[in-house]
Design a protein around this ligand. Structure first.
Ligand code: SGN
Ligand code: CA
Length: 525
């Protein structure tokens, strides 16, 4: 009897093992999400090599995907971060401007991954007020953070570190990966401060760009005709919005160059450098300051000098960013993590590199609506090269969830990009994106606005202390200089786009915007 039972069991085992061979334990992919601050795609050579070569960022592009139509939902720091964590537009996640505190009680992708057994961490810029939720480990910069010898808040404890912020964030990220539980998958957010204003380069890179000159953007002397909101902003290189001391480092020893924000630079950012860093800093800037004082520039000569200075400091910050991304990729290769990790590189938004005469972001215009997005895919997803579908930062959370085998909650606004990794979405992708910016009145004075961008057209409504519409044909007018809204030939197109805008607002349930659109609500506060 016993023998027969054993025999039967053996047969059963043989049969079941033939039918379903023992399943290999599938390792869940890791996520390494690198994000920088204010990194213009114009200064990443996978997108544009007019200004700088970024060989390390290009390594990600070369073996992975470059999204050539990557957009944000609300072009400013904290709100972008809230959009990415929640997969929802600003009106739904509640963090629409840089002020206030993000509601950390709500659903975010790190929380959902944590539930699924992921180790989660964020290192670097947070900028959402309060303390992060959904992370096993966090070590964040207070507010905007500092470039030199920055403070970090390490799980609630403030610690100052000696060194340059981009290096330190990378060091801490590698330390965390070293110490993690290697039996579990991980999701690490490496969120840099660079390349944020006031663009303080690492002393190691100060000289590389010193003698370089850059072509003026075609739109540098934009007159903003037909575009009231563009005319009334405060983000101009051609005015003291860009401060020669604060932004451009012309802090003379004699203290003769007096500017609006010069004092802040001297007592704030510059005061953090130690003696050695300061000596190297002065060695670089003192001769430039001397020449600048002698030249007594005015008008266009001054504006063009400012543009060149701005470009040099900004690009030197990009250099250390690129080097540090290289260090991280080397680490991933050395640790054998490339095959099983999705590596994402993006910025919280784009930035003006002198286009329209500007720095900063906020507007729905192309330079700040777009953001770089590169991805190295885990093994099994072999798509490579450029992907032209319109993607938006609402899509990251759903992507991370689908890739890791988790359900995408129905209330997320974004779409998983995983079908694009497999080349499966031809013909059925979205054909328009929704945008809504809220931070007015505030620094830089960019008016509140919402809009729709399709492959070819962009329709925008500015509201609050203004009520204006703008329409651009991006094919005919990629620089968005010619507002077609009052041109009767476009009446049908405008109707069509307004319909599209309304549909997007309905889809995302932006009730307040729907009321503004219909005229039912006139916003005064
Ligand atoms: C700071 C900057 C602004 C910048 C905002 C938002 N001023 O206030 O120039 O637009 O941050 O940037 S600074 O004098 O402090 O540099 S964001 O990327 O954080 O949204
Ligand atoms: Ca930013």
């Amino acid at each position: 009897m016993k023998n027969r039972l054993i025999q039967a069991l053996l047969v059963l085992m043989a049969v079941t093992s033939c039918q379903s061979p023992k399943k290999e334990v599938v390792k869940k992919p890791n996520i390494l999400f690198i994000m920088t601050d204010d990194h213009a795609y114009q200064t990443l050579s996978a997108y544009d090599d007019r200004f700088i070569n970024t060989p390390n960022l290009d390594r990600l592009a070369d073996d992975g995907i470059t999204f050539t139509n990557s957009f944000v939902a609300n072009s400013i720091c904290g709100p972008s971060r809230a959009v990415m964590l929640t997969g929802k537009h600003s009106h739904a996640n509640g963090f629409a401007t840089n002020s206030g505190v993000f509601n950390g009680q709500q659903q975010t992708f790190p929380k959902l991954l944590q539930k699924d057994g992921y180790q989660t961490a964020i290192i670097g810029k947070w900028h959402l007020g309060g303390t992060p939720t959904g992370f096993d480990y966090w070590n964040i910069l207070p507010g905007q953070g500092s470039y030199y010898n920055p403070d970090f808040i390490d799980m609630g404890e403030k610690v100052q570190h000696q060194g340059y912020v981009t290096d330190l964030i990378t060091d801490f990220s590698m330390d965390w990966m070293d110490k993690r539980d290697k039996d579990k998958p991980f999701c690490l957010l490496v969120h840099h401060k660079a390349v944020h204003r006031v663009w303080m380069p690492d002393t190691a890179h100060l000289d590389e760009f010193k003698d370089k000159s850059y072509p003026l953007p075609e739109t540098f002397y934009d007159d903003y005709k037909g575009r009231q909101a563009a005319a009334e902003q405060h983000l101009s290189i051609r005015s003291d919005d860009m401060d020669v001391v604060y932004d451009l480092k012309m802090a003379d020893k004699e203290d003769e160059i007096k500017t609006r924000y010069g004092g802040w630079y001297r007592t704030g950012a510059l005061a953090r450098l130690d003696e050695q860093q300061r000596a190297r800093w002065d060695e670089h800037y003192d001769p430039i300051i001397e020449d600048f004082k002698k030249a007594e520039l005015e008008g266009n000569d001054l504006y063009e000098w400012k543009y060149q200075r701005y470009m040099r400091d900004y690009l030197a910050c990009v250099r250390s960013l690129d080097n540090n991304v290289g260090r991280l990729i080397d680490y991933m290769e050395k640790e054998g993590l490339m095959d099983n990790t999705l590596i994402v590189y993006t910025s919280d938004q784009g930035f003006y590199m002198g286009e329209h005469g500007w720095f900063d972001k906020r507007f729905i215009y192309e330079e700040s609506l777009r953001t770089p997005l590169l991805m190295h895919l885990p093994k099994g997803y072999e798509r490579n090269g450029k992907v032209a579908e319109m993607v938006q930062n609402i899509d990251y959370a759903p992507t991370f969830l689908e890739l890791t085998g988790n359900d995408v909650p129905a209330d997320m606004h974004g779409r998983s990009l995983v079908p694009l990794f497999k080349n499966e979405s031809k013909g059925k992708w979205r054909d328009a994106i929704y945008y809504h910016y809220y931070e007015f009145p505030n620094e830089h004075m960019v008016k509140r606005h919402f809009g729709i961008r399709t492959k070819r057209y962009k329709l925008v409504h500015f509201y609050y202390d203004i009520s204006k519409w703008e329409l651009y044909d991006l094919q005919e007018d990629p620089n968005e200089m010619n507002n077609l809204y009052d041109n009767p030939e476009y009446a049908d197109k405008i109707d069509e786009l307004k319909g599209g805008l309304k549909t997007l607002m309905e889809q995302y349930k932006d009730e307040r915007a729907l009321k503004i659109l219909s005229g039912e609500l006139v916003v005064t506060e």
